[in-house]
Design a protein around this ligand. Structure first.
Ligand code: ASP
Length: 320
């Protein structure tokens, strides 16, 4: 395990055709989440606590497809998926297809810490939430006007996928997306988390990549941590998150591995999406082949963020 690591966090707010109307809110949302997560690291907290805190901020932000503001399935209902993982013992927890939990990432963490399982879905996840005293909220409190409008607009899953996860260069549309965070703390422990409402008009009970360990997220202290976003069926087929760490095992930098993994997904299954990665030394990478991906990172006093392909705005930041 590496020692004397500079604590680092990277977050994303989804890779897809983010419309202009959501561009500013997405950029602001990822910066807020990075700051919250970094605050945890800065005060000596663990990478695991940092990614959970950052993802909760994104889940509470209606600009993103997770928690409040999640997109709707074919019946016009919310079904949420989330995963969290830590890199020292490869402990992981995930939930899928839950309908009335405000912060699914917290429930995923409880699956990791309080059960012998890695993934609990639907009714079972809600029963477990009750046991753990996690508050259930009326599903309609998680709905937003924009998720309803998007559902009205798409209704057909195939149209959603071909419009929202298209590669760069075509006209803009209306929607919002999955969130995630990766971090390394001062002890060299890495962690990752991903949370989503999935894809508008998905089948009832459809689970994508996000809560699937190795696809939506993966981490190992030996290498680093990854969180992915994009067309879930493509991501699952190439186990995208684990593939990034595989490339880093082969000696690629986080940035080179991020790009190569996305290119591999495109070549192999015509898949589109994006990902963020941090290695166990605090070096970061991010890449997407969609029109835009909202991301932000914080390390020491440097805040970085971007939305357009290749965009990287660098600002000084003083942690509170
Ligand atoms: N990957 C998510 C899913 O397929 C969606 C996304 O990242 O936008 O459920």
């Amino acid at each position: 395990m590496a020692d004397k690591v500079e604590p680092t966090i990277v977050v994303h707010g989804g890779a897809w055709a983010i419309p202009d109307a959501l561009a500013a809110a997405s950029k602001e949302g990822v910066q807020n989440a990075a700051k919250r997560g970094y605050g945890v690291l800065h005060s000596g907290g663990s990478a695991l606590d940092a990614v959970e805190a950052a993802v909760c901020v994104l889940e509470d932000d209606p600009a993103f497809d997770a928690g409040y503001g999640a997109v709707l399935n074919s019946l016009g209902e919310i079904e949420l998926d989330a995963v969290i993982m830590e890199g020292s013992e490869l402990k992981a927890g995930a939930i899928a297809a839950v309908q009335n939990i405000k912060n699914p990432v917290k429930l995923a963490r409880l699956v990791m810490e309080k059960t012998h399982h890695c993934l609990i879905v639907g009714k079972g996840a809600n029963m477990f939430a009750k046991e753990m005293g996690i508050e259930e909220v009326p599903p309609e409190t998680l709905l937003t006007d924009s998720s309803k409008a998007e559902w009205e607009h798409y209704k057909k899953y195939q149209k959603t996928v071909s419009d929202l996860f298209r590669t760069r260069g075509s006209e803009s549309s209306n929607s919002h997306d999955t969130v995630g965070a990766v971090a390394v703390d001062a002890q060299g422990n890495v962690a990752c988390a991903t949370s989503t409402g999935g894809i508008t008009a998905k089948r009832v009970g459809r689970v994508g990549d996000s809560p699937i360990i190795g696809s939506g997220a993966y981490c190992d202290n030996a290498y680093g941590a990854v969180s992915t976003t994009g067309h879930g069926e493509a991501i699952v087929k190439v186990t995208l998150a684990r593939h990034v760490l595989f490339l880093m095992e082969q000696g690629l930098s986080p940035q080179a591995a991020a790009q190569k993994a996305i290119e591999h997904m495109f070549q192999r299954v015509n898949g589109t999406g994006g990902l963020i990665v941090v290695n166990n030394k605090g070096e970061i990478g991010f890449y997407s082949n969609t029109e835009r991906m909202a991301w932000a990172s914080l390390q020491s006093s440097t805040l970085q963020f971007g939305l357009e392909p290749g965009e990287k705005i660098v600002q000084e930041y003083t942690p509170e």
